[in-house]
Design a binder for this molecule. Sequence first.
Ligand SMILES: Nc1nc(=O)c2c([nH]1)NC[C@@H]1CN(c3ccc(C(=O)N[C@@H](CCC(=O)O)C(=O)O)cc3)CN21
Ligand SMILES: CC(C)C(=O)C(=O)O
Ligand SMILES: [Mg+2]
Length: 289
Amino acid sequence: MSTTFQLDTATSRANPTPAPMKRLTVPAIQRRKAGGITAEPLVMLTAYTARQAQLLDEHCDILLVGDSLAQVIYGLPSTLPVTLDMMIAHGAAVVRGSYHSLVVVDMPFGSYEESPQQAFASAARIMAETGCAAVKLEGGTAMAETIAFLTRRGIPVMAHIGLTPQAVNALGGYGARGRSQEEHAKIISDGKAVAEAGAFSVVVEGVIEPIAIALTQSLEIPVIGIGASAQCDGQVLVAEDMLGMFDRVPRFVKRYADMAALVSEAAATYAQEVRSRAFPGAEQTYQPK
Ligand SMILES: Nc1nc(=O)c2c([nH]1)NC[C@@H]1CN(c3ccc(C(=O)N[C@@H](CCC(=O)O)C(=O)O)cc3)CN21
Ligand SMILES: CC(C)C(=O)C(=O)O
Ligand SMILES: [Mg+2]
């Protein structure tokens, strides 16, 4: 094992330099839905790098190291080529960069579907080599046995149902789910199955609002929506999408910043100053004494 992080047990943070605020735990997240009601919605964003985690950490309850890094970081066409090693490298960076949020790492395609044993081996590597507190995997009823297997062995699992991007080839695209009677019933039974199997929370993605509301009202675990409903127990978005840093975004994204424009403007000014020899100026230049 090539892990180098040192775990501070009080904070689960690799480098506990700032005033150690206690990191949110899985039971603390679950307690947010006491008696079936979540007074204050859970705030979750993706993060893939240490600096990004540092910036988002204080505003979030949960940081997700999503396999969406496929498109966002690596320019891949889908999440299917993502490997366990990629998730571990980015997961460790996000744990090092944060000290408040619960860090959840996505299990990549092919690392858990074969058997509960395969899932355990993959999840154990993720947890041991990143220091994260939980893993997320896609699937409902079909993954219930695996979720129970991991949960009973001390690995908290967040489930992901509805639009499950790793199944894009079976689903035929990234369109919203649940418009047919059969699909509607399937998503509801998937939610019940993962909750009964012991998932501590569930992400529901890209479903028509009535399904998201029914799941939120019927399940005791927090239901975190993305393209779902404001009635969910929490919301998650890909950080680059809401920051205006990614070019093609789903309809369910709201842009809270235009980072792409800031980056482009800064690069244009730099290029112009290099070409006109305005940069580097005296302040950026070393002189002999
Ligand atoms: N940047 C980014 N944001 C995401 O939300 C995201 C990823 N990447 N990668 C992994 C998955 C893929 N997801 C996606 C990707 C595309 C659409 C999308 O384009 N939806 C269209 C409808 C497409 C259709 O009808 O087929 C939309 O307009 O919302 C939705 C979810 C969600 N996840
Ligand atoms: C969109 C979220 C829920 C996700 O799974 C990811 O970022 O990979
Ligand atoms: Mg994902």
